[in-house]
Design a binder for this molecule. Sequence first.
Ligand code: SF4
Length: 112
Amino acid sequence: MPEPSDLTSSLQDVAAPAERSSTWIPPATGACRSELQLFVDIPEEPAVARIAREEDAKRICARCAVLIECRAEALAASDAEPAGVRGGLTLEERQAIARRRRRRGGRRATGR
Ligand code: SF4
């Protein structure tokens, strides 16, 4: 079993430059820890390849024991998390959820 510091190094090795600023460390029991290359964006990756990679990552998330907790954390950090599949969601999906939540919050605040 690799040490967490080894996995962090592995993540940095496969991470795209923009992703290297991410503070994300896969949960200790995350199913992604053995396939981190699927969870980070690749510069200039063709859309078809990106979608296929993200679908592969989501399949791993779907059988992950910490999916609920990971998703909640990823959504809480959606503005700070620059890229990649987290908690079974792509960055675009997390951003869409965050926008919906903000709109709902705004409606509640204004009473509409
Ligand atoms: S839900 Fe996905 S990203 Fe989160 S720990 Fe599990 S496999 Fe990794």
